[in-house]
Design a protein around this ligand. Sequence first.
Ligand code: UTP
Length: 413
Amino acid sequence: MIDPIEKLKKYNQNHIIEMIKVFNDEEKNNIFEQVNRINLDEIDSLYMELSNKEKVLDSNIEEIVAVNKDKITLEEQKEINTLGENIIKNNQYALVTMSGGQGTRLGYDKAKGTFIVNIMPSPKSLFEILADKLKKVKDEFNVITPWYIMTSEENDKQIEDFFVENNYFNYPKEYIMFFKQDNLPMLTEDKKLIINKEKNIKEAASGNGSIFNAMYKNGVLTDMKKRGIKWIFISSIDNILLKIADPMLVGLAEKENVEIATKSILRNSPEEKVGAICKKDGKIYVIEYSEMSDEMKTAINENGEFKFGESHIMCNLFSLNALNELAQKKLPYHIAHKKSEYLNEKGELVIPQEPNAYKFETFIFDSWKYFDKIAILRGKREEDFAPIKNKEGVDSPSTAVDLYNKFYFKEEI
Ligand code: UTP
């Protein structure tokens, strides 16, 4: 292994070598452990991405058509459902929950999955809500669905401890597996690593697109193969109306003979901050809300619906073949310009008033471009989507709880 000091020199991070001269041995060792672990080779490619960032032009973008289950015959619905049910019943289906994110908008300082939601009949954590859904799948289909949970450097221990403290929510422990995603360093505008007030190199989870590589590196894909899994549903931690095993979605993927399927819901207003599923250069693509022009947000199609209204709600189904293929691919980085506290070269803490650092993330849906065809099933907001993103207002605990209680306890409200 290359000496950490040499590695820092090689990547022009000499300021760190200077700064740690006054650190004690433990602090120095922490920095060296990070330098050994962090892939500094990436730094140049991260920076390249900043200058390469292509503008998404409306002209490259086309509308897509989703399968709307209300618009297909009952017979076809039944056929698709049966295909999906057979996969679930035959132990060929697994759930992956991505919980490596920081949940900054919610302003909760622990792992988001440990957040307690005040649902009926009694408050539960986001993890427990999912565990309860898995138990329902067990009763309905008579199978124990393997549950893989993606964590990050920042919250891995917290999450595993939470499961131990809660006795794995009485779900069979041997069917629950944790795996850690990678971090990437944050960088200053002049390509330097940042030392934070804890005297660590500032790192952040590298986005949910790092899931493919993380599953491969941590043996998750091998485990899935061993268990005979064919379809893997990957979703976020924070949607309390998530259908964790929807036979319709699985059946549609089987019927359309694709490697990936996704569930959408229809945008409820031009201002709703969700990515839109569309076609870009002939491939299925998610255009981020911030990249959409006003014309795109408001355009209406011949059915009187938003033309770019199929929203991506982090309900993605992948075949094991697709995951194996994606583990070897590189996804583009999305860059956020953020405010990040740091220690200056004199060791003083600086709290910036303006963004001063870049955070780099890859997104799960950028993997779609490697596939020619993706099945899209339009779900229903009131049945499929109650996200907890913000502390208050839209997509907050209170809006999500309302939707949850309405769906599960209609008669009692
Ligand atoms: P979001 O994009 O909503 O991010 O993630 P977040 O971290 O939950 O919240 P904000 O943006 O900081 O407020 C969607 C899903 O992807 C996971 C999240 O945990 C969530 O389930 N995710 C995100 C990861 O697993 N790793 C990441 O690096 C980023």
